[in-house]
Design a protein around this ligand. Structure first.
Ligand SMILES: [Fe+2]
Length: 275
């Protein structure tokens, strides 16, 4: 029996949560999804994820939450992540910091593992251990327990994510890239059986700048005056990739997922209320 794991793209703000509310349950049933992993470090206004939002996502059917460079942005997550093994922070943070970067989970009678890593390029505020060195040990250890190994690589450049996929080809079931929030058209299976996608997109507004109101982003670029980005409700979509794996842990397929979702009534009013 094959297993099917859904990797949702980064959830951006309340519009992102709305896509999960509207579309996840049905997709899960339609595609016979066994487990849902979502990158969710932008769930709270696009910058970090607070405790309440993490709990909400788990209630909405997300089994494993992964993070990236913004995982500790909301202060209540620092304590909460230590107590909640289903929320991952990149495994290459210094040893001993709250949380963990690896999650084992059961899918029927099978065990799977998700390893969360952060890239080195273009993250000026984080200086983590080299993910390319660390991943070798982590994958080797995981393979002692299960052939179903998934790497969620949160990285800024295409090159870094592609390189990781080549390094891991034949050693993991899938290498799923995140962070840029733009669904890449390169989902495929590499020669030795590893599924990969450079970026699994975004859950939230697609007519936006990374999920944010484009008008404000224009002003920021034009004036060079910093401002807090605003959530955008235009053209909502839940995006991700669905990976199917055979008994040997090799990928059988990887499918790009795009589910358009209707914007709820009066989003403008709701935005004002939240501001
Ligand atoms: Fe990120």
């Amino acid at each position: 029996m094959s297993i099917r794991i859904l990797f949702l793209g980064e959830i951006v703000g309340k519009p992102g949560i709305q896509t999960i509310k509207s579309a996840l349950k049905r997709l899960r049933a339609d595609k016979q999804v066994d487990l849902v992993v979502a990158n969710a470090e932008g769930t709270t206004n696009g910058f970090g994820i607070g405790r309440a939002h993490a709990i909400q996502l788990q209630k909405l059917g997300i089994d494993i939450i992964t993070g990236g460079e913004k995982i500790y942005y909301k202060l209540d997550m620092v304590d909460f992540i230590a107590k909640n093994p289903s929320i991952l922070r990149p495994a290459n943070f210094p040893q001993g910091v709250p949380g963990r970067g690896i999650r084992y989970a059961s899918v029927g009678d099978k065990k799977i593992v998700v390893i969360n890593l952060l890239g080195n390029s273009e993250f000026p505020r984080t200086h983590l251990a080299n993910p390319f060195l660390l991943v070798e040990n982590l994958v080797e250890k995981a393979k002692e327990e299960t052939p179903f190994v998934f790497v969620q690589f949160h990285a800024a450049t295409t090159a870094e994510k592609n390189t990781m996929a080549f390094l891991l080809d034949g050693r993991v079931t899938a290498m799923v890239g995140t962070h840029t929030k733009v669904l890449s058209a390169d989902a495929r299976i590499f020669p030795k059986g590893t599924a990969m996608v450079t970026d699994n997109g975004r859950c939230g507004s697609q007519m936006s700048v990374g999920g944010f109101d484009p008008n404000l982003e224009i002003t920021k670029f034009v004036t060079q005056v910093p401002a807090r980005s605003r959530e955008c409700w235009d053209s909502l979509e839940m995006q991700g990739v669905l990976v199917e794996a055979g008994d040997d842990g090799k990928a059988l397929s990887i499918e790009t997922i795009r589910v358009p979702v209707e914007t709820p009534v009066k989003p403008g009013e709701e935005n004002e209320k939240e501001a």
